[in-house]
Write a new protein. Structure first.
Length: 290
């Protein structure tokens, strides 16, 4: 049985979309799967984290040859087809052409929940964290699960850098205040404990200290992004950022009473934002104006 190689790149949220796509391809094409990890030998600010989850036991290799072929021929579809490589055609939209032929190497983000909706229960089970959780972290996880706590995710990092800030919306303090107000009304309580998770916790401490009964989850409370996601999953309510990390924290939750609030704008480009919202937003989630 021939192997299909799926390129991994980006942070944990992107890796989860790429894993879910690979599982769909395996299920649909009855093929073997291998992951290409070449991206992580070229960057320092992203880590290969998907192996911390209950995923299928696939091989992980650096396929330099296929990456070079892809870069050389991806703008010439017929030659790329002959070489057995496929680059995702359209962001946030289901790409039917990916199923037409049996390619060898697949490169893309595959950010659309429709790719894996037929195996969603399997994906939720497989993307469960299997790493270590400290006693202190476990105590907070239990508290988040037992009480009406609100988790808030703030994504900044590269979103604030030149170039990226022309692509992504940088969510304001006003968005988070508005979302907290809506969440409190939904829960029928005031002064609900708020837990803020971020890749820029110092900015959050400087700008969000007055939004309520807030705890900033820094590295003295949570030891990794994996634990952050686990805690955000457990909270009764999650206020997301415009981030795939946020998205998976919400989508992977197994709480029937989960309240999810998401921004109505993720991207600066209106047409792309419309496509993203159709690809990402689930029926029961509540959309909050930015």
């Amino acid at each position: 049985m021939r192997k299909r190689i799926i390129a991994l790149n980006g942070g944990l949220g992107n890796q989860m979309f790429q894993y879910a796509f690979a599982r769909m391809l395996e299920d649909r094409k009855h093929c073997l799967i291998e992951f290409d990890t070449g991206f992580y030998s070229t960057v320092n600010d992203r880590k290969l984290a998907i192996q911390n989850y209950n995923i299928h036991k696939y091989d992980f290799c650096n396929h330099e040859y296929y990456n070079k072929i892809r870069l050389l021929f991806q703008k010439i579809p017929f030659v790329a087809w002959l070489a057995g490589t496929y680059k995702e055609y359209s962001e946030y939209q289901l790409d039917p052409r990916v199923f037409l032929f049996n390619y060898r190497f697949y490169y893309g983000y595959w950010q659309n929940k429709q790719y894996f909706e037929n195996i969603s229960n399997d994906i939720r089970n497989e993307l469960s964290y299997i790493g270590n959780v400290s006693e202190k972290e476990n105590a907070l996880l239990n508290m988040l699960e037992a009480h009406n706590a609100i988790a808030i995710h703030v994504r900044r990092g590269d979103y604030t850098q030149e170039g990226y800030n022309k692509i992504y919306i940088s969510l304001s303090k006003e968005y988070y205040k508005r979302a907290v107000s809506i969440a409190c009304k939904e829960l029928g309580e005031n002064n609900i404990p708020l837990y803020v998770f971020s890749d820029d916790i110092d900015w959050c401490k400087a700008n969000l200290a007055d939004i309520g009964n807030v705890t900033f989850v820094d590295n003295t409370i949570s030891s990794s992004a994996d634990i952050d996601m686990l805690m955000m999953k457990k909270a009764r309510c999650l206020i997301t950022a415009n981030s795939t990390f946020s998205w998976w924290s919400a989508w992977l939750s197994d709480r029937d009473d989960k309240i999810v609030l998401v921004p109505d704008k993720w991207l600066q480009d209106e047409e792309k934002n419309t496509k993203l919202m159709k690809a990402f937003i689930c029926d029961k989630w509540k959309i909050v104006p930015v």
